[in-house]
Design a protein around this ligand. Structure first.
Ligand code: B12
Ligand code: SF4
Length: 472
């Protein structure tokens, strides 16, 4: 008997992280019954042609959607699918539909079902029910139209990640991703959720401050298997808070060393977790290949950090910076500026902390983002209470993107300052270009040290020459 096809679509974007969500839900299905076809808008040149090829034998089409530009592309593809086969169920999952389960259904007749939160078990149950023509009324973690009206079922409790089978990366053309990334970098997620409560983040809303992670033993085994199979040289963990349990990290580093994986790896760390890590575990991480961390600082003002319930102290950030400097580990320290009501003093302190971190190591980077009221966070709720109107329809949300400017509460003067600061930070600490770039680098350093961005001619010329990406 031929297998039923499950088409999964990942919307267009300018980054080439592997479509981990689709890999996770696709691998959860019984491969004797279903053939999973992953189409990635970032990799595939003819999405419509590819859909046409498989649609006759398809049971449903699933799409993974995060807030912003990906929505517009996913809507386009959903409309195309429905134009060919209107009865074929279109299912959307991911962060946007976890935040807007019924609203998404209200706004597009081309979406039949939305999935909330963790998707593996929910999708498996859903596909089995669709396949056997059973009612989906009691499936936890989904929303659908009941008597024509969007209806949300109760949530599905988080499932232990150790209970899932191995993710089947053969569902994608892995070499195509290596090629796009220009390195053999393997993306992987080893935990879901987060225990913390940062007031700008959607995670506490979506996962209710719960967390589940794969055990070190299972992770070691999997990595050895994947490494032998795909010959990757770098491993990129996409977890929100990889360093949640020191014991687990100790186990993972030992697994990598004992299995002679000989890879480099990168992950996220909270500074409070890093400051509690023993020297031995830090050293083990380095020995096992840790090359880069992402440590969210968000603000250089402790008062602001406390206001956003980051539950991290600036001293902990500097402790981690020193550790990484000593061990030769790179760090991305992201900052967020332009919160509503943020004082000039807070901006001054943020600028000071950024300069201090950058001067410590050429391996440190400090990207600066403007606060955007992404849905699901407590600060966004406060901004709305104070009169800010969030996008209302799916179409409006598709235009809500991180590429772009700050909120209306940030003065033009402050925005100009940050745009200049960001540009000259890049110039001042750019190691590329060798001797030829020396004068421009020196000029950038002078500007950064003196906060002097008058007549930013260098920036003007650069912007004239380089196009900005339109998609995220
Ligand atoms: C990799 C990543 C990126 C990449 C690529 C994202 C992409 N297009 O795939 C890049 C670097 C481009 C990126 C950019 C940004 N990101 Co980002 N990113 C991530 C990250 C770290 C990992 C995503 C991932 O692969 N997860 C692993 C998979 C397995 O988990 P998952 O996606 O949640 O999928 C599960 C369920 O959601 C569900 N599911 C998902 N899709 C589907 C589909 C179906 C059909 C079903 C049934 C189920 C289902 O099942 C899956 C398995 O359980 C997440 C955080 C995280 N850990 O998830 C943030 C995250 C998705 N990013 C986020 C944000 C805010 C951003 C930025 C705005 C950041 C910034 N300030 O620049 C930008 C802009 C994004 C945009 N609008 O385009 C938010 C999303 C908020 C939102 N409302 O959508 C997250 C959740 C981080 C956070 N905690 O705030 N990001
Ligand atoms: S920002 Fe990171 S640590 Fe804070 S709640 Fe979100 S995922 Fe957790």
């Amino acid at each position: 008997m031929s297998r039923k096809k499950i088409i999964l679509y990942n919307p267009k974007a300018v980054f080439f992280d592997m479509p981990l969500a689709l890999l996770a839900i696709g691998s959860a299905l019984n491969d004797k019954e279903y053939e999973v076809i992953i189409i990635d808008g970032r990799i595939c040149d003819d999405v419509e042609g590819e859909i046409r090829k498989h649609i006759d034998e398809a049971l449903c089409v699933g799409m993974s959607v995060i807030t912003g530009a990906p929505i517009a592309d996913a809507l386009k593809v959903a409309t195309f699918v429905k134009g060919i086969k209107s009865a074929l169920p279109v299912i959307w999952g991911g962060w946007h539909t976890s935040l807007f389960p019924t609203e998404t259904l209200r706004d597009s007749e081309h979406i039949d079902i939305t999935v909330q939160g963790q998707g593996e078990e929910t999708f498996k149950e859903l596909v089995d029910h669709l396949s056997q023509n059973l009612s989906i009324d009691n499936i936890k973690g989904i929303s659908f139209r009941k008597n024509g009206e969007p209806h949300k079922n109760p949530p599905r409790p988080m499932v232990d990640m150790d209970s899932f089978g191995r993710v089947n990366y053969d569902l994608i053309d892995i070499e195509a991703y290596f090629k796009k990334k220009k390195k053999r970098q393997f993306d992987y997620i080893s935990s879901i959720g987060c225990f913390f409560r940062c007031a700008f983040c959607a995670d506490p809303f979506v996962f209710q401050r719960k967390f589940s992670a794969i055990s070190p033993e299972k992770l070691g085994e999997e990595m050895e298997y994947y490494q032998k199979k795909y010959k990757f040289t770098d491993l990129n963990f996409q977890d929100e808070t990889f360093f949640t349990y020191a014991k687990r990290i100790n186990g993972i580093a030992n697994e990598f060393i004992n299995r002679n994986l000989n890879i480099s790896w990168a992950a996220t760390m909270r500074a409070d977790q890093g400051s509690r890590l023993s020297d031995e575990i830090w050293a083990l991480c380095k020995e096992s290949g840790l090359r880069r961390l992402l440590i969210g600082v968000e603000s250089g003002s402790q008062e602001m950090m406390d206001w956003m319930k980051k539950d991290v102290k600036l001293e902990q950030v500097f402790y981690c910076a020193e550790k990484c400097k000593d061990l030769g580990i790179g760090v991305i320290f992201p900052f967020i500026v332009g919160f509503p009501g943020e004082s000039d003093q807070s901006v001054v302190e943020t600028v000071k902390v950024i300069k201090k971190l950058r001067s410590k190591s050429h391996r440190f980077d400090t990207p600066i983002f403007y606060f955007k009221p992404y849905p699901g966070s407590t600060i966004t709720n406060d901004v709305v209470k104070n009169g800010y109107v969030l996008p209302e329809t799916l179409n409006d949300w598709s235009k809500f993107d991180y590429i772009g400017s700050s909120g209306p509460w940030v003065s033009k003067e402050k925005e100009r300052f940050f745009e200049n600061f960001k540009f000259f930070l890049k110039v001042a600490y750019n190691e590329k270009g060798g001797f030829a770039a020396y004068p421009i680098r020196k000029m950038g350093q002078w500007r950064i040290n003196n906060d002097n961005f008058k007549l930013p001619l260098e920036k003007y010329i650069y912007e004239k020459l380089v196009n900005k990406p339109e998609l995220s």
